[in-house]
Design a protein around this ligand. Structure first.
Ligand code: PEP
Length: 247
């Protein structure tokens, strides 16, 4: 099955109006293949600013949202609020949310279910730490993170998985194409067995972790890699090369 290549950017807690203007400038100047999808994860405060200025063929994502519609949840934002701004995507379960802010598998699953219910599309991040990889737990950890979500949702059509080994995020240590492909393949098999064959065939699995213009092409050639989630390099003009890496 043909899966649309999807490149996500994750600006994390970076940027101001001046630097965002620069990013928008290089996104507007660069070509984006018509068959590729591009989604950039913008700090909540700037979602509206970017929404007003982004090129038409780029969508924006929030980097988080809460599991409830509204109420006494100081500091949180809801899927309804994102939709009110015209935001269509949200990144959930990023390893920084899991490891710095203590988000559990269950909370991420609840957030995913609520965001989907509200009509958002979700980039769901999963991945193992270095210690987990070195002790042979990579698949077990990824499957556990997937299972928590599979327990709460039935319809996966608006979900993109981002496999992001934690040891590769922001470290300059990219997984080799073989290492990434191995986990993507295992994930697709797990999905076929535990969710369904059609979902396994159609769901897009991005790789994330120190993706650059220099390593993207080789990774993009792997059979089960359907795009990237890019942190640091999404703030730089080389992001356009990554967007074109499957060309
Ligand atoms: C990320 O933030 O999801 C990420 C993969 O970061 P980086 O590309 O900087 O490793």
């Amino acid at each position: 099955m043909e899966r649309t290549f999807i490149i996500g950017g994750n600006w994390k807690m970076n940027g101001d109006r001046k630097s965002i203007d620069e990013i928008i400038k290089f996104l507007r100047a660069g070509s984006i293949p018509v068959n590729n999808e591009v989604v950039i994860g913008v700090p909540a405060l700037y979602l509206d600013y970017v929404q007003q200025r982004k090129p038409k063929n780029v969508e924006i994502a929030a980097q988080n949202c809460y599991k409830a519609e509204k109420g006494a949840f100081t500091g949180e934002i809801s899927p309804d609020m994102l939709k009110d701004l015209g935001v269509k995507w949200v990144i959930l379960g990023h390893s920084e949310r899991r490891n710095i802010f203590g988000e559990t598998d269950d909370l991420i699953a609840e957030k995913t279910a609520h965001a989907l219910e509200k009509g958002l599309k979700v980039i769901l991040c999963i991945g193992e730490t270095l210690d987990e990889r070195e002790t042979g737990q990579t698949n077990e950890v990824c499957f556990r993170q997937m299972k928590a979500v599979a327990n709460k949702i039935k319809d996966w059509k608006n979900v993109v998985i981002a496999y992001e080994p934690v040891w590769a995020i922001g470290t300059g240590k990219t997984a080799t194409p073989e290492q990434a492909q191995e986990v993507h393949d295992a994930l697709r098999k797990w999905i076929a067995e535990n969710i369904g064959k059609e979902v396994a065939e159609s769901i897009r699995i991005q790789y994330g972790g120190s993706v650059t213009a220099a390593n993207a092409k080789e990774l993009a050639r792997q059979k089960d890699i359907d795009g990237f989630l890019v942190g640091g390099a999404s703030l730089k003009p080389e992001f356009v090369d990554i967007i074109n890496s499957n060309a």
